[in-house]
Design a binder for this molecule. Structure first.
Ligand SMILES: C[S@@+](CC[C@H](N)C(=O)[O-])C[C@H]1O[C@@H](n2cnc3c(N)ncnc32)[C@H](O)[C@@H]1O
Length: 257
């Protein structure tokens, strides 16, 4: 993980994560993933890297896949564990590890997922792809979403302030990003305030360093590592090419073995 990213997704931010992303459409995203997965004839096991609180894995588990889900953040995994137990799901195994230093004995997967910009958090993404190969079979898929450079150049980061309310919790999230073009990184300062009867009870601040990628360079690097890029798609628009309007894009790639 990026040196700067070591202490993020800490207790307070993780605790608020599912509320902040309550409206993120994990169901539609999983429908999309299921479509992508069809590029492989038969899929029995999946590795979800940077699984967070496991919102994708929980939906995908309904299809009967055996899922190993890995995250570095103890707190995110604690929340994932509670959700999995509550739903009595038996086909997701949680593992706490740094995905840039994976050591999964003899494991090989049909599909590896990195969802919601997990690739952006990595310190050495190309070395990461190289290391990932031992967990892939010939024809396995690696599916991820990422921020792409041309959209970021066209449409830089804006300061946002959002409010989230549920039961007793009233949360405000303020994010502000700045672009570091030299490192192709966006440094995002995220402040969250949890309030009770208008008094702030907890305040948290994290700085996330998130890499963005040039699609042509990413393609070349994937090819060099033995992958075929099957498609890049706009994150918001099913079946469409990445656009300059949306930072996020999907990549579906196949390991050629
Ligand atoms: C934006 S969250 C995405 C979580 C989840 N995939 C989702 O869609 O809700 C990024 C996740 O990646 C994890 N992460 C980032 N770098 C990591 C690393 N090097 N090893 C393991 N987990 C990492 C973080 O802890 C965090 O849970």
């Amino acid at each position: 993980m990026n040196q700067e990213n070591r202490s993020i997704f800490n207790e307070d931010y993780s605790k608020s994560y599912d509320l902040i992303y309550e409206k993120k459409n994990y169901n539609d995203e999983c429908n999309r993933i299921i479509k992508f997965i069809k590029y492989k004839k038969s899929v029995s096991n999946i590795l979800d890297l940077g699984c967070g609180t496991c919102s994708h894995s929980i939906i995908l588990s309904k299809y009967g896949f055996n899922i190993d889900a890995i995250d570095r953040s103890e707190k995110m995994l604690e929340i994932a564990k509670k959700k999995i137990e509550k739903k009595k799901i038996s086909n997701i195994k949680l593992i706490q590890a740094d995905i840039e230093n994976l050591d999964l004995k003899n494991a090989q997967y049909d599909v590896i997922l990195l969802l919601f910009n997990v690739l952006g958090y990595l310190k050495k993404p190309y070395l990461f792809f190289s290391n990932l190969k031992k967990y892939l079979k010939k024809g396995s898929l690696v599916i991820f979403d990422f921020w792409h450079e041309s959209a970021i150049i066209q449409n830089g980061p804006k300061k946002t302030k959002k409010n989230f309310e549920k039961a007793e919790v009233n949360l405000t999230k303020i994010s502000q990003g700045k672009v570091n073009q030299k490192d192709k990184t966006i440094i995002i300062n995220i402040q969250t305030y949890e309030k009770e009867k208008n008094a702030v009870i907890t305040k948290n601040e994290e700085e996330h360093h998130i890499k963005y990628y040039n699609i042509e360079s990413l393609t070349l690097n994937l090819i060099n590592e033995g992958f075929k890029v099957l498609k890049f798609e706009d994150f918001e628009n099913d079946g469409c090419l990445p656009s300059k309007e949306n930072w996020s894009a999907y990549c579906v790639s196949k390991y050629l073995g």
